[in-house]
Design a protein around this ligand. Sequence first.
Ligand SMILES: *Cc1c(COP(=O)(O)O)cnc(C)c1O
Length: 396
Amino acid sequence: MPVYLDYNATTPVDPRVLDAMLPYFREHFGNAASRQHAFGWKAQEAVDGARARIAALIGADAREIAFTSGATESDNLALKGVARASRPKGDHIITLVTEHKAVLDSCRQLEAEGFHVTYLPVDRDGLVDPEDLRRAITPRTVLISVMAANNEIGVLQPLAAIGGMARDAGILFHTDAVQAAGKVRFDVDDLHVDLASITAHKMYGPKGVGALYIRRRSPRIPIEPLIDGGGQEQGVRSGTLNVAGIVGFGRAAEIAEAELEAEGARLAALRDRLWRQLSSTLGDIGLNGSPIARLPHTLNVGFGGVDGRALMLALDDVAVSSGAACTSMDAEPSHVLLGLGVPPDVARSSLRFSLGRFTTADEIDYAAGKVSAVVTHLRRQVPAFELEGSEAGPDL
Ligand SMILES: *Cc1c(COP(=O)(O)O)cnc(C)c1O
């Protein structure tokens, strides 16, 4: 199997998480909403335990966690749910150009419904200037949505500053915390966050289960459900709970919290090792995103003078993400890298390396060697006149 360096796309289920889940497929298969018998009670008890662990990971109260099908749904619920319920108060939302598509496309939908959205730019490092945000606030602004950590470049936005500003202005603050929760310290009170999206499969839990943190009081959050039905999750999200998935999510959160510090340090060292090896063997490469305000396990590198698609094709045994949306055949350069001002050709020839719990030093050494060999080989194939006009990524 190839070396897996795409942990920001999804993570394998930790064996400890799987062990916790299995009984909830077998003997404890009850519906957590069944109040009349022991099967339901057992499921309810397990959900309660998981809810408490997930809440603890982000400094919340268990009653502030609503389970969803994943962070895409959580982002949709936060943006659309709050905007639609806030309509009498205002119709303006502020977000960033580098947000995840789940946020951006929810905003597009809200625009179609008559809302106004400001998409703030970021600087060359990928960071928003809180002063830009302050200037964008109007009396009609009801919601600010800024991600905690970017999934492509790993930069950490200045959430505490933004949260404080939102609170002072009486505007609700949502953050997509998928890539931060369980990886770096993330506390909803410290950061003045009112709503936060998280998902199990980015922290060694199963796919298809996520949560939305919704602050309970001061302020109370107006939110309109996206799904109507049995009234589960305090009416915010109807549907039978995915009990086994939620149990796995809870165990995953518990492990992430316990290992966060040590694992962060280990991964930062491996990331730096990867960068050192690449930059010592290859010229004309650049780091995309801030070298300081960033996650420990994400490295996004632009390789000058190579064709992005040829690079991906040649990397047959190293699983990474490219700087182009692989959803379309015409390989649109990443909206995140373009948002940083990275030229389209450099964006297309950029790679995201995202490391995780099962990444070893040997794998890093192998991947660095392979990438260096492939880039060197591809550069030799490109006629010199084509290389002249190529632009390097940003210098470190
Ligand atoms: C993966 C991801 C999502 C989507 O989460 P799903 O649970 O897969 O729907 C949303 N935001 C960010 C930043 C992500 O990395």
